[in-house]
Design a protein around this ligand. Structure first.
Ligand code: T6T
Length: 324
């Protein structure tokens, strides 16, 4: 009995040692694995978790050693030290979703100078030479699609509000620009009451919508530019008893947004393909490390999810996951 136990322990230890060796690099005496780190915009959030799932699956397929890290808040002050510590750990490549167009320029310039290949996933920085490749949704087009969908919901007439995260986040800024342009160009009876910033905080987004309802009791529609903005804006509409009276379109399609869609809180979701963004990011990183050509810009698709199409298998596939 005792012998069996120690044999079992030996087997467990052997497995553990093999697993460590596998993770570290030269598995089976072959060439060292390419090391890539994904720095998310926000750890644990479904958009970035789905992105990490896509990246992990591609890394497993290509034999890449992938690490994933991210800040607890969508905040450049918290993301910068993570970038610095990734640079110190010396990966071959970094996939990063920068949380601010300006604040991440300096840490990413250092990463580039250290010889790390940088691939931008989702967001960008204002210094275009930093990323070898950028993979993202066409966010301006997505914002315009949100404007069209919201205008349709409100009968092309009435006041609309935008709830976003912070200025300086490239993706949501582009969504706002696309939304504003479409409203201005094609919807003369829709009155745009402006954008307000929630700092990517659900509670703040809720407060913004409550205050907007107090100021504009005739508010007709809300465009929430990302997950947390939509969760907060939707719960404010729900609590104020505005369901069906104030229409909403949200960017992103996590579990909370899908519930809001089914509950009639939101009428449409623009679902991105974060899993594809992560997978393509790993492919580009490996190409860059191996000295093969990379694509400067890779657009990924977006789809409008509604109560009518949500149960279709092709739509179920694009909904975000909390983990993989
Ligand atoms: O909308 C995504 C992402 O594209 C954006 O850059 C930041 O917010 C999300 O992560 C969703 O919360």
């Amino acid at each position: 009995m005792r012998k069996v136990t120690s044999l079992t322990m030996a087997a467990v230890l052997a497995v553990a040692v093999t697993a460590c060796g596998d993770d570290g690099g030269s598995a089976g005496g072959g060439a060292a694995k390419t090391k890539v780190t994904l720095v998310q915009g926000l750890a644990g959030e479904e958009f970035y978790e789905t992105m990490a799932c896509g990246a992990k699956a591609k890394a497993a397929e290509l034999g890449v050693d992938l690490q994933v890290q991210g800040p607890q808040k969508f905040d450049p002050i918290l993301q910068t030290p993570i970038v610095n510590s990734v640079v110190a750990s010396g990966p071959d490549a970094m996939l990063i979703a920068p949380t601010d167009v300006k604040a991440l320029v300096a840490p990413l310039t250092q990463a580039k100078s250290a010889g790390i290949k940088i691939i931008l996933v989702d967001t960008v920085v204002e210094e275009p030479s930093i990323g070898l490749s950028r993979i993202s949704t066409d966010n301006a087009k997505g914002g315009a699609a949100a404007a069209k969908a919201l205008a349709e919901q409100i009968g092309d007439r009435g006041k609309v509000l935008v709830v976003s995260t912070d200025p300086g986040v490239s993706t949501v800024d582009a969504r706002i620009a696309g939304f504003e342009q479409e409203i201005k160009a094609g919807h003369p009876n829709v009155e745009y009451v402006g954008v307000q910033y929630s700092h990517n905080d659900v509670g703040e987004a809720s407060k913004i919508v409550n205050a907007a309802l107090a100021k504009n009791p005739d508010l007709a529609g809300v465009f929430a530019t990302n997950l947390n903005s939509a969760t907060g804006a939707g719960s404010a509409l729900q609590q104020a008893g505005k369901l069906g009276k104030v229409k909403m379109i949200g960017f992103d399609a996590g579990p909370a947004q899908v519930k809001q869609l089914r509950d009639g809180v939101v009428q449409g979701l623009i679902a991105q393909l974060p899993g594809d963004i992560g997978a393509k990011g790993v492919e580009q990183a490996v190409a860059a490390v191996e000295g093969r050509p990379v694509s400067a810009s890779i657009p990924t698709d977006a789809t409008i999810v509604t109560k009518e199409n949500i149960d279709k298998p092709e739509i179920q596939k694009v909904l975000y996951k909390a983990g993989c």
